[in-house]
Design a protein around this ligand. Structure first.
Ligand code: AMP
Ligand code: GLY
Length: 424
């Protein structure tokens, strides 16, 4: 098969690597891709939002399957454009990707179908939001309705902070049109877990659990980022919790979307908080997590192309997902100054020493080849260095050992990815 991947980050590198393991994959393209993805795929200089150009490319190259990694194109309807042209594509249509594209929609869906989540109110009028805050309990959480690069969530400790937050989101439009509406919700505490799943419109099959580290600095300090590292599985995600979520969260979400006339095909990412009152949904995403994919996919035994096809064909009930009985840790190597401002073009040293090393995977997030053919940095998050091991402790030691081998100017990473497992 000829397969096209849409996206350019560490997640898409992990997807490309996994697709490359499939005996079904003859030729892989990635648009636009990055220098690391170039090892498995031919990178094509078409942007992920250029739907017509992408579809024309898929027709010209007789692509058998397109896999969309990123949220933006999914929420904007890339799948509908491909399907209208008779092209086979893995991912939710626009009317289903709204599960991620509108937090107000997803909150209303959960309320209507009794899926556990934080108590909330939706607002499209800033005056009403401000009035609501006057009698609210703090801390409280403000969320821009639309996509905001993972940054549209503000946790406010006081009324003053919350009022400033409403202004930032709804009046000053810090997150653009994403802030035309907002959700104000109850602050929850507990462990966070990410559970990714494959869905074919009616059947859902969950992958192994993972946990993300969103803050830039050790001890969960510093600014929110796209993700500084992950580990899988989460030792806090027990069999009992899984059974509860299967019954009250996962299948009910898939059934709710079908009942609303929005059947979901693709990946649903459940962002969960394990609260004292049981697991609750923090958020839904309509795609693989980044960097969750970088620890989940290296542990997956199945041929991923078969799973993608089963989701498209509605035959996921015939697939049994299987994962290695091991663990994986991914440490993100970022460029100094990320997530605010950072330089680009720094040469990356040491990649060769990790090449072909058993149980070590270097996923490129923001890299390119310079004119001399050297790998240089081309983004804030530069590399995701994943290592597996028989258990989380071993995987963590292996990941940090591997990260030491790679350097570039002003590189930094957190030193405590996966440390939470010590408390398990
Ligand atoms: P989201 O994009 O909705 O996952 O929010 C980003 C992060 O904000 C989450 O991973 C949580 O750490 C935090 N967060 C979101 N909603 C809540 C909430 N209701 N209570 C506490 N923390 C939250
Ligand atoms: N790692 C969180 C996300 O992909 O949204």
């Amino acid at each position: 098969m000829k397969i096209l991947i849409v996206g350019s980050g560490g997640r898409e590198h992990a997807i490309a690597w996994k697709i490359a393991q499939s005996p079904k994959a003859e030729k892989i393209y990635c648009a636009p891709g990055n220098a690391g993805i170039g090892e498995y795929a031919e990178c094509v200089p078409i942007g992920a939002m250029e739907f017509e150009k992408l579809a024309a490319f898929a027709k010209e190259k007789e692509i058998d399957l397109t896999v969309v990694g990123m949220d933006d194109p999914l929420v904007s309807g890339i799948v509908d454009v491909f399907e209208a042209q008779g092209l086979r594509v893995f991912g939710p249509r626009k009317n289903a990707a709204i599960l991620e594209g509108s937090k107000a929609f997803s909150k209303d869906l959960m309320k209507k179908y009794g899926i556990p989540t934080a108590a909330y109110e939706n607002f499209d009028d800033p005056e009403k939001a401000l009035a609501y805050l006057e009698t609210a309990d703090f801390p409280i959480v403000l969320k821009a309705d639309g996509l905001a690069l993972g940054k549209g969530v503000l946790i406010c400790n006081t009324l003053e902070e919350a009022k400033d937050g409403v202004k930032e989101i709804m009046l000053d439009k810090h997150f653009g049109a994403a802030g035309n509406r907002m959700v104000i919700e109850e602050f929850m505490t507990g462990r966070e877990v990410s559970v990714l799943s494959f869905v074919d419109g009616k059947t859902i099959k969950c992958m192994t659990s993972a946990q993300d580290h969103k803050r830039a600095l050790d001890g969960d300090q510093g600014l929110n980022t796209g993700g500084m590292g992950t580990f899988s599985p989460s030792p806090f995600y027990t069999k009992e919790i899984d059974e509860f979520c299967q019954k009250h969260i996962y299948q009910p979400t898939v059934d709710a979307m079908a009942a609303e006339g929005r059947p979901f095909k693709g990946v649903i990412f459940f962002g969960l908080m394990l609260t004292e009152k049981g697991p609750k949904v923090l958020e839904y995403n309509a795609r693989f997590g980044d960097p969750e994919a970088q620890v989940v996919l290296p542990r997956m035994k199945n041929d991923i192309v078969e799973v993608f096809e089963a989701c498209i064909d509605g035959t996921l009930d015939q697939i049994e997902l299987q994962f290695e009985d091991n663990a994986a840790v991914c440490v993100v190597l970022a460029s100094g100054g990320y997530p605010v401002s950072y330089g680009k073009g720094y040469p990356i040293e040491g990649l060769d020493s990790l090449k072909g090393k058993e149980g070590v995977y270097v996923f490129h997030a923001g890299t390119k080849l310079d004119d001399a053919g050297r790998f240089v940095t081309n983004g804030g998050r530069v590399l995701g260095v994943t290592a597996t091991g028989p258990d989380l402790k071993a995987a963590r030691a292996n990941a940090y050992e591997a990260v030491k081998q790679v350097t570039f100017e002003k590189a930094y990473c957190r030193s405590d990815i996966g440390k939470a497992i010590d408390e398990a």
